[in-house]
Design a protein around this ligand. Structure first.
Ligand code: FES
Length: 105
């Protein structure tokens, strides 16, 4: 039987790159924690178009540009907003409690 998902600590807010994307490994997965202008969001770090870690791309506070082919994603929703990115990012449910970013996992 599958374990029920629960909130899990991911990283302290103080350890994030302020206003930027921070790579975090969690249970064998590479995640991207985005310090967006509208709050913290978390997605899988791998670009949906190819083998790039989005944390190596340019982040403007709302959108992340892939470092490989410059596909663009909205880091708040995960939406793919500019080619060649077409498939949205897989976002993880996230929250901040007591200065700690948590994800539902
Ligand atoms: S690998 Fe990210 S846009 Fe191609």
């Amino acid at each position: 039987m599958a374990r029920e998902k629960t909130w899990q600590d991911l990283i302290n807010v103080a350890d994030l790159f302020a206003g930027d994307a921070t790579p975090v490994s969690f249970q064998g997965r590479e995640l991207a924690v985005f310090d967006t202008k509208e709050g913290i969001t978390v997605s899988l770090a791998r670009c949906t178009h190819g083998a790039a870690n989005l944390c190596d791309g340019y982040f403007n506070g709302t959108h992340i540009e892939c470092p490989l082919h410059q596909g663009l994603f909205d880091a708040r929703s995960g939406a793919a907003v500019a080619a060649p990115a077409r498939v949205p990012l897989r976002m993880l449910q996230a929250r901040v409690v007591g200065g700690v970013v948590q994800i539902m996992a």
